[in-house]
Write a protein that binds this ligand. Sequence first.
Ligand code: PMP
Length: 437
Amino acid sequence: QTHFLFLSLQAKMSRPVQAQRLEGVDKNIWVEFVKLAATYSKVNLGQGFPDFPPPDFLKEAFVRALREENHMLHQYTRGFGHPPLVKILAQYFGKLLGRHLDPMTNVMVTVGAYQALSCCFQAFVEEGNEVIIIEPFFDCYEPMVKMAGGTPVFVPLRPKAPKDGKLMSSADWQLDLAELASKFSKRTKAIVLNSPNNPLGKVFSRGELELIADLCVKHDVLCISDEVYEWLVYDGKEHIRIASLEGMWDRTVIIGSAGKTFSATGWKVGWTVGPNQLLQHLRTVHQNSVYHCATVAQEAVAQGFQRELELYGKPDSYFVQLPKMLQQKRDWLVQSLDAVGMKPIVPEGTYFLVADISEFKSDVPDVPNSDEPYDSRFAKWMVKNKGLAAIPLSAFYCESHKNNYSHFIRFCFAKEEATLKAANDILQKWKREKNSP
Ligand code: PMP
């Protein structure tokens, strides 16, 4: 018996099992808030996904691909991207960028934009490198840089007070140029740009992009340009691709997502577009990690882009219709939040909207000296007590800046009218309860 006891003690591992690079990246806001929403929410405006279906033409393309005589669509396809998809992406982005793109070397398909980001950090960042991240940022950039051995360097967008009586706009959140310039050094390997920006919905102006581009060229820095919301731009604003600015093509990787483009986040089809001298290294990471993405989904997305190329700029194009539809939803949510005093920051793009919760603070009192930012406790309280799920803005800031931006929450408005109406009902009722003694 002693013998067995000894063996079982010996069988237990005593050395650390976790690789050091996982230290400090174990927490993930989505794991926590997705679970809270699943447990408590009646109305979920938290995580970013539409609750309406993708367009019929896309669903039909998927069904056709499944049913087709060509049963090879159920098997592996080319690892770096299904040939029909990389071909049509090369054509489409070639048109947008005004340059010839080679489908085999200038485009690579990934498991969503998430894997495209991960490939970039793994391919370009090494120990001692710094990567500049503009705050607020899509939260995965920070752990991904750290896992690659790099050091994230943060620079916040600074809010400016809106003109009297006007609602704040995402355009009021601007980079301080001197501050941004001060972050570039010999150690800087890359900057992550996300325009339109999640969570604010900011669409960077040509002037802002030119200043970032100048700094990239001056310091010989790469640009990882996360453009997953490129078609979701409102009020006639233009999405400008930084890769189209002088000196930038050779140093930029554009990242896109069929999830956002065609309202099908569960398909997890993403892509990168860029020069071969950058993409060849992404292919090295890709072939040694995921190797291959789902064939049928790629085939359907290829057909979706084929249709969009034929209808380019026409009223029937999904890329024309989707932003129109979302702009109405945005306006509706802006009005609904404004009416209850949860001041919205009107987004110029994306399907997110950040709102100021200051007027609701009396319902969710602050806990002095708590480690958790106020907005995080507020969002948890709101989902548990009101059934409405949203995401705290502080989740999109680095640890040391979180408490500077802790009275905002982010809503996703890519939702059916009934969902938005149900959210409005919750807010209205809450407001009435607040006002009654
Ligand atoms: N980048 C940004 C800015 C995002 O908001 C998201 C999704 N929320 C992604 C990348 C990941 O996209 P995908 O679902 O295609 O992996």
